[in-house]
Design a protein. Structure first.
Length: 333
């Protein structure tokens, strides 16, 4: 049995300004927080001061929305320097962004736009990831995007494209289960096949979030609780990437901290029920998961350079009295 099997799932929340006062007053039992990097880059004042206080007590991950790794614009070196400076300030678990492009000719659309999944694009993005990693001096973590269309030129399935990026560059993956659900519904794909095709050993974190279903299409809105089909898909995904930290994104119509926290804690029930979820794996996927888990010592995630970091960091920061994980482990196992 690996060390990760002895830990409860690490459940995190996005750090939002609306909750600053509550967090500083109560130091809630949250395993870790994720920030939107751009909200704290190049900024001083209260937000940065609060972040530094919180980073002293909780592990933090940095999640970006403007790297634009898929753009044909040159990489924004000023942006990367600011990103690195923030990382030096708060020592994050990792730095992530999305497989997308966000603008061209210096303009930022503030949207995460899909890339054509071609050999040419694979080479282009791989080169840029290597440059980013060299600058940041750490692996980049890439998230699967939510998409509403696909390019006719695409010649590689998205999970294969992500796998090839990890093989070409050594980057890690952030598996957003809601994005898989949204993308697969909108593009008529099978979400379980998508997840099964991902290189589980490269996934270091999961996202879950709410969406809006419009009948003919789904919009990734992050404005409510997680939909039941996404929880079920999360339970399936846990079979493949067991042990990775999980974070609930909630960015619009943000509720009270207590409501937000209660929603992510639901993940425990789905993880506890994963023996039932295992029955839902079809034979091929189950065999693959089993083979993977044997290879990796019962855990399908051997990224020793990243995933255990969250456990070590949580335990280290627990010493300051913020979190009491042993009690949680007792609850979950
Ligand atoms: Fe996400």
């Amino acid at each position: 049995m690996s060390n990760l099997d002895n830990h409860a799932p690490r459940l995190g929340l996005g750090l939002r300004q609306a909750h600053f006062t509550h967090i500083l007053a109560n130091w809630p039992e949250v395993d870790w927080f994720e920030i939107i990097s751009e909200n704290f880059m190049r900024s001083g004042g209260r937000a940065h001061h609060v972040l530094q206080q919180i980073a002293e007590r909780y592990p933090i991950s940095m999640h970006g929305v403007s790297l634009s790794i898929g753009s044909t614009d040159p990489l924004d070196l000023e942006y990367l320097h600011a990103l690195k400076q923030l990382a030096m300030d708060i020592d994050p678990l990792w730095i992530s962004d999305h497989l997308c492009w966000t603008g061209i000719l210096g303009a930022n659309t503030h949207d995460l736009l899909p890339v054509p999944l071609t050999e040419q694009c694979l080479k282009h993005i791989s080169t840029r990831i290597r440059t980013v990693q060299d600058m940041l001096e750490r692996p980049l973590i890439l998230e699967n995007p939510a998409s509403y269309l696909s390019f006719g030129q695409s010649e590689i399935a998205e999970p294969d494209f992500l796998r090839l990026l990890t093989e070409e560059t050594g980057c890690g993956l952030l598996l957003d289960v809601n994005n898989v659900y949204v993308t697969c519904f909108n593009n008529d794909l099978d979400p379980k096949q998508y997840i099964a095709a991902l290189p589980a050993q490269r996934v270091v974190q999961m996202h879950i979030s709410g969406h809006r279903h419009h009948g003919t299409h789904i919009i990734d809105t992050h404005d409510g609780p997680v939909a039941e089909p996404v929880w079920e898909l999360f339970q399936y995904a846990w079979q493949h990437v067991r042990g990775v930290p999980v974070l609930l994104e909630w960015d619009n119509d943000i509720p009270s901290f207590e409501v937000y926290h209660a929603e992510v804690l639901k993940a425990r029930a789905y993880i506890c029920g994963d023996t039932l979820a295992g029955q839902a794996l079809d034979g091929q996927h189950a065999a693959r998961a089993l083979e993977q888990s044997r290879h990796d010592g019962c855990v399908s995630n051997p990224l020793s350079f990243m995933v255990p970091d969250v456990y070590a960091a949580v335990d280290r920061k627990a010493d300051v009295g913020v979190t009491r994980h042993n009690a949680r482990v007792g609850e979950i196992v």
